[in-house]
Design a protein. Structure first.
Ligand code: UDP
Length: 240
């Protein structure tokens, strides 16, 4: 399958049309942004890692019965995916307090939550992706009740599968962001699953304030060793 015209360029990926109207090609870049685009940089080799890791995760989740947009990996940076209509919600699942959750609710980072949580943000850069609840999402016609129920069930199923997968690799899955799309009347998991969109901590390191991040927090917080952290995750999941 070949790239035709570019349909879209985002912060970390480009999307191209293909000869098949049902499919697009996603092309992963090394560009990194944080804080809604305020912080910009590059993480050498990130595009390759995020492409291959996302595809591995999507294939693993498909095997667990979760429908995804994945079709075929073309090469290191390019993947054919189903052309979905993205539901404009960022879906965040948390197992351990970190980041904006810790700040907002005054809970130290690393606090294990009594149960996994789900939250939705309105995917809208101009508004800074504001947090909203399901009533807001329905009121704004961002999704139907059935879609929100499906997304919620799928997101927790993804959490169960991913937590188990990373536990084997001595990595704690702290939190992550998912996006979903509509494809031929069905909700499918879309976008990416990578160190850009997940917090991965070295196992057990959450019980101290000195947890070891193997994810984009190394870039966001200027912790150094950004490329090494991405490479370490890539190695642990068996891709390098
Ligand atoms: N996240 C993301 N994209 C966003 C916001 C968050 O992928 O635009 C991911 C982030 O990597 C983390 C989780 O969602 O794994 C929770 O992020 P949080 O709300 O704590 O926001 P942050 O502290 O990163 O601003």
């Amino acid at each position: 399958m070949e790239k035709k015209e570019q349909l879209y360029e985002g912060k970390a990926k480009k999307v191209f049309a293909t000869e098949n109207p049902d499919y697009v090609i996603v092309s992963y870049k090394d560009d990194a942004t944080a804080f809604n685009g305020l912080k910009k940089g590059t993480i050498a080799g990130k595009g390759v890692i995020n492409n291959k890791m996302s595809n591995l995760m999507m294939k693993m989740l498909e095997k667990k019965g979760i429908p995804t947009h994945f079709v075929e990996e073309l090469d290191d940076r390019n993947t054919v995916v189903k052309k979905v209509q993205i539901v404009p919600l960022e879906v965040i699942i948390r197992n351990v307090a970190a980041g904006s959750f810790s700040k907002k609710y005054g809970v130290p980072e690393g606090t294990i939550l009594a149960n996994p949580t789900i939250e939705f943000s309105y995917k809208n850069d101009e508004l800074g992706d504001p947090l909203l609840n399901t009533y807001h999402a329905l009121a704004l016609r961002l999704a139907t009740k059935e879609e929100i129920d499906t997304i919620t069930n799928m997101a927790f199923a993804v959490n169960d599968a991913m937590k188990a997968f990373f536990k084997e690799l001595n990595i704690d899955l702290i939190d992550f962001k998912l996006e979903f799309g509509r494809y031929k009347g069905q909700i499918v998991l879309a976008d990416e699953i990578s160190p850009d969109t997940c917090r991965f901590w070295e196992a057990g390191s959450w019980d101290t304030t000195k947890h070891v991040s193997l994810d984009k927090d190394r870039f966001r917080r200027d912790l150094g060793g950004v490329e090494d952290a991405y490479a370490e995750i890539f190695k642990r999941i068996g891709l390098n």
